[in-house]
Design a protein around this ligand. Structure first.
Ligand SMILES: [Zn+2]
Length: 83
């Protein structure tokens, strides 16, 4: 069997079956996802500009919330030390 991306024998390294596409090497499949800008089944290149900006804003908000949670835990731990 040949890899659908590089056409080499798939048994030479980590063969997988890409649903709806065929046999491939895992590294060839992952490289193709990066080139297509696919993240967890979400094709970023297919998104309209407005949706992509909204996704970016949501990701920034989530990161800010997580950073705030980490800082509040740090403050709480300092309070405990001073009690
Ligand atoms: Zn390959």
């Amino acid at each position: 069997m040949k890899c659908v991306y590089c056409q080499s024998d798939v048994l030479s390294a980590e063969p997988i079956t890409v649903s709806g596409i065929g046999p491939a090497h895992r590294h060839c499949y992952e490289k193709s996802l990066v080139e297509q800008r696919v993240f967890r089944h979400l094709n970023l290149r297919a998104l309209p500009d407005a949706d992509l900006r909204e996704l970016m804003d949501m990701a920034k908000m989530e990161l800010n919330v997580r950073e705030a949670d980490v800082q509040s835990v740090d403050l709480w731990q300092e309070d405990v030390l001073f009690c």
